[in-house]
Write a protein that binds this ligand. Structure first.
Ligand code: ADP
Length: 195
């Protein structure tokens, strides 16, 4: 994975900020696959695979899947052909250990840009409660939603400073219509990638 033509992106933000929706837009714009660890886990739970059975209870409780397992899944996914020209990660890395694991996988080719999708806690909790009614995700109960927010604050939010220090963080307000937010991300990312 050393070609310079790769576009390696990450979208980060609290649960409920709209990362999945915006990830699809970004992936289309830059012609890379959107890789969501949450989606991979949910597909495995649905298909009742060995991995699915291993992670089901953890995800339902809003805990993080162990790093060893998560890192292996991402390593495999990044080696698939469609990721040869780059990728957009969504939901990974989620803690400092996972950042180090990803650094190792990229063998010195670091991420080109990290989009931070900002949204305040009251807004994201409200959005997730609404999504719970529509999608019925098992981890969208109020208690688990709050737990996921706490884990984000403790383990994932510190990565913002780390990526800021690396000079690759672009911060975007996640509040507003989907198209509006997508336009904001596109201009911020274009500017960062042109650097
Ligand atoms: P959200 O960010 O809205 O909570 P995700 O789909 O990103 O939703 O993640 C859902 C769940 O999947 C997480 O709460 C966690 O249990 C598990 N998960 C996803 N990505 C990771 C990761 N990188 N490390 C550990 N667990 C993860």
């Amino acid at each position: 994975m050393s070609e310079t033509t790769q576009t390696r992106l990450l979208i980060i933000g609290p649960p409920g900020a709209g990362k999945g929706t915006q990830a699809a837009r970004i992936a289309e714009r830059y012609g890379v696959p959107a890789i969501s660890t949450g989606d991979i886990f949910r597909a495995n739970i649905k298909g009742q695979t060995e991995l699915g059975l291993q992670v089901q209870a953890i995800i339902k409780a809003g805990e993080l899947v162990p790093d060893s397992l998560t890192n292996e899944i991402v390593r495999d996914r990044l080696h698939q052909d469609d990721a040869a020209g780059g990728f957009l990660l969504d939901g990974y890395p989620r803690n400092v250990e996972q950042v180090h694991a990803l650094d190792g996988m990229l063998e010195g080719d670091s991420l080109d840009a990290v989009v931070l999708l900002k949204a305040d806690t009251d807004e994201v909790v409200a959005r997730l409660m609404k999504r719970a009614e529509i999608e019925g995700r098992e981890d969208d109960t109020e208690e688990v939603i709050r737990h996921r927010q706490d884990i984000y604050a403790e383990q994932t939010a510190p990565l913002i400073e780390l990526f800021t220090e690396r000079g690759i963080l672009v911060s975007v307000d996640g509040l507003g219509a989907i198209d509006e937010v997508a336009d904001r991300i596109a201009s911020a990312l274009d500017a960062q990638l042109a650097k």
